[in-house]
Design a protein around this ligand. Sequence first.
Ligand SMILES: [Zn+2]
Length: 461
Amino acid sequence: MSILLKGGTVVSAHGRRQLDVRLSDGKIIEVGGNLLEEDSRVEDVTGRFLLPGFIDAHTHLELNNGPGTQGTADNFATGSRAAVAKGTTTVIDMATPDQGGTLQSCLATWNRLAENKSSCDYTYHMSVIDWHAGTADEIKAMFNQGITSFKMYLAYDNLRASDSELYEAMLVIKKYGGMLGVHCENGELVNEMIAKLVGEGKLTPYYHPLSRPNALEAEAVTRYLTIAKMAELPVNIVHLSTKEGLEAVRRARQAGQQVFVETCPQYLVLDDHLYDLPDFESAKYVCSPPLRSVADQEALWLGIQHNDIDTVSTDHCSFNFHGQKDLGKADFSKIPNGMPGVETRPELIYTYGVAKGRITLEKMVALLSENIARQFHLFPQKGVIQPGSDADIVVWDPNVQSVISHTTQLQNVDYTPYEGMATIGAPEKVYLRGIKVAENGQVLIEKQGKFVYRHTKNQPD
Ligand SMILES: [Zn+2]
C-alpha cells in the first residue's frame, strides 16, 4: 500500500514548497499540490518540513584495527540505529584494511560487519593504506563492485601515504571517475611534536591540540591540492578544521581547481577550551584534527555561508571514556582518537545553524544530504525528494526542544561530547525506502539497511 505524506513543506537545497508526497515500493512516486488520497494511507504532516534523508559521509561505525587494537564502543548495529533514529538514512563508512591486507578482503570484512545489521543504508569509502604493483587493479575491482570513493591519509604511521603514492592513486581514481578524500595533517611533524611534548613531561590531554597545530593541517592541504592539481583530479578534504586550511582551499579554487570540503559538527560547536577541563575530562574531546579556537570556528561558519565548505559529516568514531579513553591517562598520545556524533549531527546543525540564523534550512539540506549525494555518486537515488528517488524522508518538527545527554542517547558509548546542550528541532518520523523506521527519536524497525551500489560515468569495463 502506498503512503501519502500530506500537508508538509518539501525542502531541497534550492527552495521549499508546500507539496504532498506519495511513496510506494520504496520509492517516491509522486510529488505535487493537494494530491488525491486514492488508495494511499494518509500521514498528516501539517506544519512539518519534509527533508531528504540525511547522509553521513564520514563514519567509523565499527573499527577493530584502531589504536591499541581495541574496537570502537559502537558497532554497525548500534551506530546505524543511532543514526537512523535522528534522520540519517545513509552512511558512507570508512572501510580500512589491515596492514598488508587487500582491498577485496577489506570489502568482504565491511560487508560482514554491515549486512543484516545496519539500520540505515550504507556504502564505504575504501581506504588505500599502502601501494604496491597490484593496488591499481585492486582499486579498479572496487569500482566493479559499486565502490566509487576512496580515502587516504597524510597522518598516522600505520595509514599514511607518501606524496608519490597519493599521486599514483589519484591517476587510477581519475581514470574511473572516482572521488578521493584525504585526512590532511602532516603526520611526520605531528610525530615530532608529540615526541617533544612527551619528552618534556607534558602528558595531559591539554597538550593534544598543541601537538597538532593549525599549520600542520594547512601544509597538508596545500601539498594534497598541489598533487591533485598535477593529477587533474577534483578531490575532497575530510574534516577540515582550521582557518588556515580553508585559506589554502580558497587559493586553489581561485586558481581554477575543483575542491570539495567537509567539516564536522565538533569543529562548528565545540572549541579548544575543552582541553582545559580538569580530571582527565578533556580526554573526551581527543580527536584528530583536534578541536580548534573560537576564531577557527567562526571562520568555518563563514566558510559554510560563502560556499567554501560543501558538506558536514561527523567522523563518528566512538570510544568509551571509562576503559578506553583512560588508557591514555598517563600519556595523552595513548588516548584513542575519536568522538561519537552520528546521532546528534542533524539536531546540532539545525540548532546552531538554522535556528541561530547562520544558515537556511535549504543550506542544511545541501550540507547534510544533497551535496553529499552529488559528490559521492548517490544522486538522484538519494539526496532529493522527487519522483524516482528512494523514499528516504525525514519529517522534521522545527519546534521540539530537547537536551542532549548520554543517558538518553542510542549511541553505545558512555558519554557524549555535547552533554547538556539544548537543541531545537528534531525528526518526528524517519522513512527509509518508504518504511517508517523511526518516530520521535525511537527506532521502530531495525536492520532494514541495504548496501547502496554506486556508479560513475567512467566505470571500468
Ligand atoms: Zn575519520
